[in-house]
Write a protein that binds this ligand. Sequence first.
Ligand code: TTP
Ligand code: MG
Length: 355
Amino acid sequence: MDRKIIHIDMDCFYASVEIRDRPELKDLPVAVGGSPEGRGVVTTANYVARRYGVRSAMSSRQALKLCPKLILLPPRFSQYKAESRRIREIFKEYTEVIEPLSLDEAYLDVTQCPHAEGSATRMAEQIRARIFAETQLTASAGIAPNKFLAKVASDWNKPDGQFTIRPKDIGAFMKSLPVEKIPGVGKVTARKMKLKGLNTCGDLQKLSQLELMRQFGAWGASLFEYAHGRDERPVCSRSVRKSFSVENTFSEDLREEHEIVFALNEIYQDFVKRWQKSGIPSEEIKGHFVKIKFFDFKQTTHARAQVGFPLFPQFEQLLRHRWTEIPRPIRLLGVGVNLKEPHDKKLDFDQMTLF
Ligand code: TTP
Ligand code: MG
């Protein structure tokens, strides 16, 4: 069955928050960023300022050169974070499967959502209306059967618009889609492609997967899928997930070493199965742990902040270490991994030279 993915992206987010709070700035060119005296950069600009060529990540000095009347405001991150939280609360009314990409952007998997008689297009309309009612900020949305196309679509009618790519539209849509829209195709790759006459996904579709791999390395395999509008990446709500674990309570306490190792092995198999289903890449793992509850309900968790593969011997080592210290009957065993915090490129701007 086709999935239903919505990608929501707020319009010139930081600038919109500032203008909402100071409406007299509405028709003026506004940017949020660091001081031009230091090495400040623009985080974003409203659409009036964008007409002058002011862009995210540009130095504030350059921005003021392009647009001398630019109103440059210092960022108020705590305000943006608060708005972001309010928006996420609205998403949660529709689905639990939410993958935030930054403060102002998220994927929602609404395949199972009963709202709007299952119409993802209408859900997106409702979500945008709810966001506006609660925050007086506008958002754009893309609706498609996968993440790649949903993200492309949210840009299609920006600002304050939305666009749906239905499964049956994909063929025609891909033909003319510029290669730059494919995830992983940056300026350098795009230039390389253009030199070969590959301007659109339609052009890429004329090449076989093997040929793309010959020209672009192992990544050519994904490139082939994207060029045909296919993308199996799941929406993973990893920001709420700091760890991933599986545990089991036994009907009878485990006393013997061989019983314990046998049980650990079973839990481990279950862990592997669920891990594979979760779609979380193994690069996200930053440590591992075992959890033990003893017959007297005393509970202990043993964690190690490194990780190596395979995981089983590492879990076994942790468990043996703990159990041989004080051998006592075990009632519950669990194994798990700690996950890295979701890395958020845009949040790195917090650390940059601002005012
Ligand atoms: P974006 O969604 O990329 O941009 P935007 O919301 O400002 O504008 P658009 O209407 O095109 O979506 O980024 C969201 C916020 O993240 C943006 O308001 C400010 C911040 N940001 C930075 O701090 N630095 C950057 O380089 C970018 C791209 C964004
Ligand atoms: Mg945005």
